[in-house]
Design a protein around this ligand. Structure first.
Ligand code: ACO
Length: 322
């Protein structure tokens, strides 16, 4: 991984702002989630508008020109439109004519899945220089009358540039991807696909918004992120002590704390920025990695683990040595 970048919308929505929209309180949101504010896109602002800025930052750090890219993968469930893919839109906007481009849907695990798929392509030699993006505009599929979900999400984008390397002990050391479709009904958007195409009724019933059974997702989240770390340790031969920084999906501070407690992992080596951004879905881990790197928390030789869970249900992780 030779470059990272991230971007969030300008507008900040605080817990105090949410108190004016639904029956909630700063105290409830802070105690139950750890969130204080989140960034919300402007009307008309789409996923690629944020993602392109994150991509340009990542490419600049990597000193890679867009026309050197041969692959772009975007993890998202809130792309600019159902098709064409946001990856193809970015390919055109960046000026990357030699890149194959596609989106990948794995809910909040989208960036981890995209990284895992990219790593396979690079390892086989199919592609050498790839751009991997996690971007989400959850505010656009949020039911702003449902206090159990609308306080949780924010918008954001992150990107990473990957280059083939001959060095055996750096870069992506291992990836773990998993899913259980039986958990699908716990976290989904009912309408807008072929099951329930858009009608006046689906709009009136707010079926184009995210529905979630928070308690069910919470339990799976803790187990699945801890499980992802354990799988990565087995796969790579690393020990917990070798992990310099753990970057978990930022869905709920209590989920992060329960996961690290289960793993007996020291909290001072866990990166948390949930208070500022809320849950930006597939963008959380890459925004956090970018922030951690820019804050000087990642040094050459450090092993960083990203783990996430999300709609599908999906979960997984990636171990990277910088
Ligand atoms: N403000 C005030 N009260 C609220 C709010 C709110 N925003 N939301 C719910 N409540 C109330 C409930 O109505 C309930 O009231 P009752 O006891 O009178 O019935 C009470 O608070 C407790 O509700 P719970 O749902 O039990 O609260 P919990 O502590 O479980 O927290 C939460 C809810 C934050 C949603 C938690 O379950 C959670 O974080 N779950 C995981 C969510 C998650 O990780 N999502 C990932 C999405 S991934 C993706 O792919 C998009």
């Amino acid at each position: 991984m030779v470059g990272t970048g991230s971007q969030v919308p300008e507008r900040i929505l605080t817990n105090a702002d949410l108190e004016k929209i639904v029956d909630t309180s700063d105290q409830w949101i802070t105690e139950r989630t750890g969130m204080k504010e989140r960034h919300i896109a402007a009307p008309g602002e789409a996923a690629s508008d944020l993602a392109i800025v994150a991509c340009e930052k990542a490419l600049a750090e990597a000193k890679v020109k867009p026309d050197e890219l041969d692959l772009i993968i975007v993890g998202t469930v809130t792309g600019d439109m159902p098709f064409p893919s946001t990856a193809c839109i970015l390919q055109q906007r960046l000026g990357a004519p030699h890149a194959a481009a596609f989106d990948l849907s794995a809910g909040c695990t989208g960036f981890i899945y995209a990284l895992g798929v990219t790593q396979q392509f690079v390892a086989t030699g199919a592609f050498r220089t790839a751009l991997v993006v996690g971007v989400e505009m959850m505010s656009k599929i949020t039911d702003w009358t449902d206090r159990s979900t609308c306080v949780l999400f924010g918008d954001g984008a992150g990107a990473a540039v990957l280059k083939a390397s001959e060095e055996p002990h750096t870069g992506i050391l291992g990836t773990y991807l998993a899913a259980n479709g039986e958990g699908g009904p716990h976290l989904y958007m009912p309408a807008g696909g072929s099951r329930q195409p858009a009608t006046i009724e689906t709009v009136q019933q707010r079926l184009h918004t995210c529905k979630m059974n928070g308690n069910a997702v919470f339990k799976v989240a803790v187990r699945s992120m801890a499980d992802s770390v354990t799988h990565l340790l087995h796969q790579t031969g690393l020990k917990l002590d070798d992990v310099s920084l753990l970057i978990p999906h930022q869905a709920n501070l209590r989920i992060i704390e329960a996961t690290t407690k289960l793993l007996k992992f020291p909290s001072e080596r866990v990166f948390v920025n949930i208070a500022k951004y809320g849950n930006t879905s597939s963008a959380t881990t890459i925004i956090a990695l970018d922030e951690a790197r820019r804050a000087g928390l990642v040094h050459p030789g450090d092993v960083v683990m990203l783990v996430a869970f999300g709609a599908g249900l999906t979960w997984g992780g990636v171990a990277i040595r910088f």
